[in-house]
Write a protein of this length. Structure first.
Length: 197
């Protein structure tokens, strides 16, 4: 397969870009990120759902660059606290401050016996023509009372997966890709992307 399929990841998050590249490169995609371009318009994530925010990101960048764009919107959903942090996961306690976000989550859950949670990912691929592909992925688990593990980012050290007896931050990248919400969404995407493309 030739490497003539270019796709841009609408993210500056190096962790996400690495995960996406690991999954898309074997399909023959040349992966770039918004960090590779200057003068991109600002993206206002004004959606009320993960899918809406991912669509806004993909659409904005696809129209600006005139190439297909992959965007995701992901977050942690904790039903016991009204689905928080949800679409505000990255800026729950401030802008992309993982430690502050984790502290706020623990504080919100300190009196709750129900610590069930899940990570949700919406992936949207959009062509400059407006053609859109949307898939989702979910991984269920529980929120611990203290962080565990050194890998991962965001809420990974608090997110415990009972089936593995580990937090997401205790998994290798390969292990996490196999079970993570983003990994599951990308797996679905891999199955349908080539036909859609």
């Amino acid at each position: 397969m030739t490497n003539d399929k270019e796709i841009v990841i609408a993210s500056g998050n190096q962790n996400k870009i690495r995960e996406f590249t690991e999954m898309l490169a074997p399909l023959g995609f040349q992966v770039k990120s918004t960090a590779d371009f200057t003068e991109l318009p600002a993206i206002a994530e004004t959606g009320t759902s993960f899918e809406e925010n991912a669509t806004i990101k993909a659409q904005t960048v696809a129209q600006a660059l005139q190439v297909p764009v992959l965007a995701d919107d992901s977050g942690l959903v904790v039903p016991a606290i009204n689905g928080e942090p949800g679409i505000y996961s990255a800026r729950y306690a401030g802008d992309h401050d993982d430690d502050a976000n984790n502290r706020k989550l623990l504080q919100r859950l300190q009196h709750s016996d129900d610590r069930n949670a899940y990570f949700h990912t919406s992936l949207v691929v959009m062509k400059p023509t407006g053609e859109k592909l949307h898939v989702t992925g979910i991984v269920s688990g529980e929120i611990l009372t203290a962080p565990r593990g050194q890998n991962g980012f965001g809420y990974d050290p608090l997110f415990y997966v009972p089936a593995l007896n580990k937090t997401l931050a205790e998994l290798t990248d390969a292990e996490k890709n196999q079970i993570s919400h983003r990994g599951r969404a990308l797996e679905k995407l891999q199955q349908v992307l080539m036909d859609w493309w």
